[in-house]
Design a protein. Structure first.
Length: 345
């Protein structure tokens, strides 16, 4: 396993988010990636290297130029509104839902923050752009490593990515690392790529980016969006559109689903993956399916994560893992590295 570690991840450090009507410390915090790195080093699971920077053009393969421009300049615009903002995170407060127009970019900064986001749970901070950009570098490097002959790679970065769409952030995500990895594989010569998303939450951003395409199969196992974030996408009847019809598979499970139900869904996903026979696989690796996760409601135990890695390895595909969610901080390192070790053995 070749790991690309984003040493700039900790520059994204949100102060608070709104959770059930209260301001609470962010669940998505730097300690998460620090602890995964520590566990990776402790168990000696292969080389850990820093990624090379990739050109912004690689990011434009997935994200719109105006969204990228907004992310790059957002912090300086925020502090230009009021120097005291340097000590505060930026949050959107208004969104262009339904009958409102989203085709004209407002001049007002907070309105643009709403145009380019989907929720109020994702603080924009002084280091968000640098952390997200170097995280995207990690993902593209991890994809490229497969093209250079590695069997498996791991993009160890945060903030996560799978809720971010072509032109919006949300769900703690800004740049869609898994989508960038998949697109890089295609741009470097792969003909077909699959993405398996095993984070507790539906990967709405990834789904939306590839929904009309047949060169990327997207499969997600997640908490039923009727009760779980992101609520407005991730249902079983979303199977792709146009040329992409049949290339999107959602496997929602009720909150509270058993370990056996979860592994039955993984089996369904793996059978579909095997029949698609992609040239490479990207795994959106969230471990918020863990029983002890503070914001999720599945029941996996630490040892179950070894089994996940073993099952994915059985597909015998070049595989790039990308770190997503997982908020039980004390166990996040062991759970993530269990998947990777299960894959290796
Ligand atoms: N106030 C990932 O696991 N919670 N994202 C919404 C809004 C969002 C989780 C709370 C959970 C997003 C990558
Ligand atoms: Zn999640």
């Amino acid at each position: 396993m070749l790991t690309f570690y984003n040493e700039h991840h900790s520059e994204h450090r949100g102060r608070f988010e709104i959770f059930r009507g209260q301001l609470v410390p962010c669940f998505e915090k730097p300690e998460r990636a620090d602890l995964v790195l520590k566990e990776l080093e402790r168990r000696r699971l292969g080389r850990i290297v820093r990624p090379h920077g990739v050109p912004l053009m690689s990011l434009e393969r997935v994200h719109s130029p105006r969204y990228l421009h907004f992310l790059r300049s957002a912090w300086s615009e925020w502090i230009a509104l009021d120097p005291a903002n340097a000590e505060k995170d930026a949050f959107p407060a208004v969104w262009p839902v339904r009958t409102l127009r989203d085709d004209i970019e407002p001049d007002n900064f907070c309105a643009r923050l709403g145009l380019y986001s989907m929720d109020s749970g994702t603080p924009f901070t002084s280091g968000t752009w640098i952390a997200a950009k170097t995280g995207a570098d990690c993902a593209v490097n991890a994809a490229h490593a497969l093209r250079l002959g590695e069997r498996a790679s791991f993009a160890l970065t945060r903030p996560p990515g799978h809720h971010a769409g072509a032109d919006f952030f949300g769900g703690y995500c800004f740049l869609n690392n898994a989508a960038l990895a998949a697109q890089h594989l295609l741009d470097d010569g792969a003909r077909r790529v699959a993405i398996l998303d095993i984070d507790y939450h539906h990967g709405n951003g990834t789904q939306s980016i590839f929904y009309g395409r047949n060169d990327v199969l997207f499969i997600s196992i997640h908490g039923d969006p009727k009760s779980e974030y992101p609520f407005y996408l991730g249902h079983a009847d979303e199977t792709g559109a146009g040329a992409g019809l049949g290339y999107n598979m959602n496997l929602p499970l009720p909150a509270g689903a058993t370990v056996a139900q979860w592994f039955a869904a993984l089996e369904t996903a793996c059978i579909k993956l095997a029949s698609y026979a992609p040239d490479a696989l990207v795994v959106s690796l969230g471990v918020d399916t863990f029983a002890g996760d503070p914001i999720s409601r599945f029941a996996l135990q630490g040892g179950d994560f070894l089994r996940i890695g073993e099952r994915i390895a059985h597909l015998k595909l070049p595989t790039a893992f990308v770190f997503e969610g997982g908020y039980a901080v004390a166990e996040v390192g062991v759970n993530v590295v269990n998947v990777l070790e299960g894959f290796e053995t």
